[in-house]
Structure formats: structure tokens, C-alpha cells
Design a protein around this ligand. Structure first.
Ligand SMILES: NC(=O)c1ccc[n+]([C@@H]2O[C@H](COP(=O)([O-])OP(=O)(O)OC[C@H]3O[C@@H](n4cnc5c(N)ncnc54)[C@H](OP(=O)(O)O)[C@@H]3O)[C@@H](O)[C@H]2O)c1
Length: 341
């Protein structure tokens, strides 16, 4: 368990947080610290954080990955939900419940693993009245990304009657929330997972069939494979994503958000020019402000997985370091919600 250190400089309220530093040697260290809230960056809205979450990107931030964090000391947490403490924006008032996901939160700006955050008003979304702050963070960026995947499938006319939708990284945050939402909407979902022991969980979530990761392995020589998928929510990229695109039906849509299986996609143009397949990227952090409330409304309401509450594994701030190691090893099933206040 990390040690706790205290640093007050102005007599402002202390703010407990997960504090990541880079030592002179270059080593990355982390601990629970009490910092002065006057140290928060400038911004329109100060939020008392109740819950944050753990995403793969948070694990990279917590371990000082240079692709995510360039300035130290740093506070991870790309998601936060809580109550407005102070606001310079007419859109938000003290006492209002809100959430923030993405933008630079937890990467270039101190994030949600802290009792307070301060952010630009454009980053803030009113908490839908149907969701608690804990449920919002059970979704977090993972759920918001899954929702953007569902939205892209719908925009490309991949309706439940068109056929099966495949979801990779099925036991991960994006994967399991995508399965839950798609099942709620009546899709037949095929889940791809490296965890055979998770089959009962994935079936309960709504998957109709579970495939091992090896099912997406092939020699890559054929430009097209037998067309099976109406759509896909892929979270792992690499050769498995190429296999999915080559196996997608005419006019199908494949969404892409991650690269756990590789950053290169070994593909020809044939799935695109002969079958009209769409490969649609998701950059969740930069989802336009104006698109966010409608997606959160669906997540709160008609896309909400029946098992949303059961997906949350709650950890305290001083337990999150262990969870960071587990997500980096790919061991976590479901979502890790961080209780901050
Ligand atoms: N572009 C965006 O906007 C965006 C937003 C959110 C997330 N992401 C990215 O999407 C990915 C998934 O995010 P997440 O939050 O769901 O992560 P996560 O909770 O860590 O889940 C990832 C899952 O992928 C599977 N997996 C892990 N390593 C793998 C490998 N080498 N090959 C194949 N499958 C592997 C595992 O599921 P199984 O054991 O069930 O196979 C794992 O549980 C991450 O790369 C993340 O950075 C991107």
C-alpha cells in the first residue's frame, strides 16, 4: 500500500490524491499524498470528485508512460464524477452533479484520482438523473467508448437484423460494456476473450457465443474471408482486427479503438472496395462536447446493460496501485471504480 505524505502551502483545504513523481534517476514512484487544492490548474469548474475509474490509459499514466504523461508530478484519472464546488461558467452551479471523461484529464492535466479536479467548462457533462456518480464511473471512458461504438454501428445501419456483431477484449472495460449495451439493444453478440473461465460471465452479460483469441488467427494471405460479421467493436487492433475486417459482410461496420494486439493492421483495400466495409475509428477523449450529452442519455436509459451495477469492482484510492498492475497484466474482468471521497 502506498505511503501518505502531506504538503500544505496556503492553508487551502487538503486534497487527497494519487501522486505520481519522476525521480532524478528517472524512476517513477507513486504514493497517496495530501496536496493543497490551490495547486490545481486554472479552469472554470472545480469539482469534488466522488468516484473515478481505472482504464488501461490510467495504468499507463500511473506508471509514467511517456506516451500519456509528459509532466510530473502527475495525478492520473481520465474519468471523474462528483459535485460542482465552484464554477465560473453559467452552465454549471455549485451543488450540481456532473461527470468528466477524456480530453486531457489525467494525461496533460491532473485527473480524477484526487478529491478535487478543476477543468474547462466544455469538458463537463451534467450527470444524467438516472445515473449515480458510481454508475457513471462504472461506465467511465470505457463505457463512453463502447457507446460511441454502438452509435457508429447504428449510423452505418448495422441493425440487429443484419447479423452478428463481434466484440474483442470482451472481459475488458470497453468490451464488457459494449456486449451489455448491444445485448440490451437486441443484437446477437459474439465475444472474443483470452479468458476461458469468463465464459459464464460473458454469457450472463448477453453474449450468444464466446470465441477464443485463436479464432481470429490466420496466415493473412487471403484478402477476403467468408463474410460473417454485420459489425464489430474491436478493442485490440493488430492482426485480429484485420481478420475481422476481412470477415465482415457487405456494408458492415467495424469500429477500432485500441491496440493491445498491435498497432499495425495488415490489410488490403479489398474489404473496402469489394464489400463496402467501413472501418471507423474512435477517439473517445476528443469526442465533441455537443455529442456527449445524447450518448450519456442513451447510456443512462435505453442502452444501459442489465448488469451495469454488477460490473463495478470498487477500490479505494490507496488500493488502486494493485489494480494498476492487474490491468497491465490483462487480468481484470469488468470495470474498476475508484472511490475517491
Ligand atoms: N481510442 C479510444 O478512444 C479508447 C478509449 C478507451 C479505450 N481505448 C483502448 O482500448 C483498449 C481496451 O480498453 P479497456 O479499457 O477495455 O482495457 P482493459 O479493461 O484493460 O481490457 C482490455 C482487454 O483486452 C484483452 N487483451 C489484453 N491484452 C490482449 C492482447 N495482447 N491480445 C488480445 N487481447 C488482449 C483482454 O480481454 P480478454 O482477456 O477477454 O481477451 C483485456 O481484458 C485499450 O487499448 C485502451 O487503451 C481506446
Amino acid at each position: 500500500m502506498p505511503s501518505t505524505t502531506t504538503c500544505y502551502t496556503s492553508g487551502m483545504p487538503a486534497m487527497r490524491c494519487y501522486w505520481v513523481e519522476r525521480e532524478a534517476s528517472g524512476a517513477i514512484t507513486s504514493r497517496i499524498a495530501d496536496r493543497d487544492s490551490s495547486e490545481l490548474p486554472p479552469g472554470d469548474v472545480t469539482i469534488r470528485v466522488e468516484y473515478s475509474s481505472l482504464n488501461y490509459k490510467d495504468a499507463l499514466a500511473a506508471t509514467g508512460h511517456p506516451g500519456v504523461v509528459r509532466n510530473f508530478p502527475h495525478i492520473p484519472g481520465i474519468d471523474a464524477a462528483g459535485t460542482v464546488l465552484e464554477s465560473n461558467s453559467s452552465k454549471f452551479a455549485p451543488g450540481q452533479q456532473v461527470l468528466v471523461t477524456g480530453y486531457q484529464l489525467g494525461s496533460e492535466r491532473w485527473g480524477g484520482w484526487s478529491e478535487q479536479i478543476r477543468v474547462p467548462a466544455e469538458w463537463v457533462v451534467p450527470l444524467p438523473k438516472e445515473l449515480t456518480t458510481k454508475q457513471a464511473m462504472t461506465y467511465g471512458t470505457a463505457g463512453f467508448t463502447a457507446a460511441q461504438g454502438v452509435d457508429l454501428l447504428q449510423r452505418h445501419q448495422v441493425t440487429p437484423d443484419k447479423g452478428e456483431v463481434i466484440v474483442t477484449g470482451a472481459t475488458g472495460g470497453v468490451g464488457c460494456l459494449a456486449i451489455g449495451m448491444l445485448a440490451r439493444l437486441g443484437y446477437r453478440v459474439v465475444a472474443v476473450s483470452g479468458k476461458p473461465e469468463a465464459e459464464p460471465f460473458l454469457k450472463e452479460l448477453g453474449a450468444t457465443e464466446i470465441l477464443p483469441r485463436a479464432a481470429l488467427a490466420d496466415d493473412g494471405k487471403k484478402p477476403l474471408l467468408a463474410a460473417r460479421w454485420a459489425g464489430a467493436i474491436d478493442t485490440i487492433g493488430g492482426a485480429p482486427l484485420a481478420n475481422i475486417v476481412r470477415s465482415t459482410q457487405r456494408r458492415g461496420c467495424v469500429t477500432c479503438c485500441g491496440m493491445l494486439a498491435g498497432a499495425e493492421i495488415p490489410l488490403s483495400v479489398f474489404p473496402f472496395i469489394l464489400r463496402g466495409v467501413t472501418l471507423a475509428g474512435i477517439d473517445s477523449a476528443e469526442c465533441p462536447t455537443e455529442n456527449r450529452p445524447a450518448l450519456w442519455k442513451h447510456m443512462a436509459d435505453d442502452w444501459r446493460p442489465a448488469m451495469l451495477d454488477q460490473l463495478a469492482n470498487v477500490v479505494e484510492l490507496d488500493e488502486v496501485g494493485d489494480a494498476v498492475q492487474r490491468i497491465l497484466r490483462g487480468e481484470i474482468i469488468g470495470r474498476t471504480v475508484v472511490r475517491v471521497n
